[in-house]
Design a protein around this ligand. Structure first.
Ligand code: 5RP
Length: 236
């Protein structure tokens, strides 16, 4: 296992051990490559612990993960209050603001984060940054309704002052990436100064007509766990 993979596993296992408690019945499962370790550790809590629990996915990947792990599947429309949601992140700053949506799931991820009494982030050490935009060069993912994407791009260029935002294309540029909700994704890189208080830019983007959700999660997480290369875990 590579150092990065080991770091993801360490973060996920530590977070589950601290935050998925015997009394928790409704559990949100996020998306990305760190989340399988979350589910792996939850399964290790045993059949007795997982009996009567319901797991809510943030998208196709986590749904498959829940089903293939033989855990009970639910949906957020049935369970609008979740005990704890655990999810990955593309970057997390020292105030626990984060960028999400690298996997184009941030709309459902934000609904599950908001529904959760406790929202926990798990990631490897590369995601632990003082300011958003340090390593994640693709920028902030923005889910938009397809027919409005060109207008949103134009408006983003006004906000950004430069035409850097792009429509996310599928591998081999076969066409735009389409989300689980049938929408497109725009990736908008922002200058560092705009990320000092990401809440302001998040609110500005959310006001644009045609925008469904922004991959900026401001002050939603209770804690973030980062696995480090030396086998330690940084907790914020
Ligand atoms: C998907 C996400 C993921 O949680 C984020 O991209 C992190 O993924 P990984 O754990 O693979 O680095 O927001 O929309």
């Amino acid at each position: 296992m590579s150092n990065i993979e080991a770091s993801k596993k360490l973060a996920a296992y530590t977070a589950v051990d601290r935050h998925v408690k015997p009394e928790h019945r409704i559990i949100g499962i996020g998306s990305g490559s760190t989340v399988p370790y979350v589910v792996e550790r939850i399964v290790q809590q045993g059949e007795e612990a997982n009996k009567g629990r319901v797991f809510i996915p943030t998208g196709f990947q986590s749904k498959e993960l829940i089903v293939s792990s033989k855990l009970a599947l639910g949906d957020v429309d049935e369970y609008p209050t979740i005990d704890v949601t655990l999810d990955g992140a593309d970057e997390v700053d020292y105030q626990l603001n984060c960028v999400k949506g690298g996997g184009a799931c941030h709309l459902r991820e934000k609904v599950l984060a908001e529904a959760a009494n406790t929202f926990i982030l798990v990631a490897d050490y590369r995601k632990n940054v003082q300011y958003l935009g340090t390593n994640f060069v693709q920028g902030v993912p923005i889910e938009v309704v397809p027919f409005a994407y060109a207008k949103v791009l134009q408006n983003l260029h006004h906000i950004l002052g430069s035409p850097n935002a792009v429509l996310r294309m599928a591998v081999k540029k076969a066409g735009p990436v389409v989300t689980d909700n049938g929408n497109f994704i725009i990736d908008a890189p922002f200058p560092r100064e705009k990320m000092l208080d990401p809440y302001i830019i998040m609110a500005q983007i959310k006001m644009l007509t045609g925008v469904v959700e922004v991959g900026l999660f401001c002050r939603m997480a209770k804690a973030a766990y980062f696995g480090n290369e030396d086998g330690t875990v940084t907790v914020r």
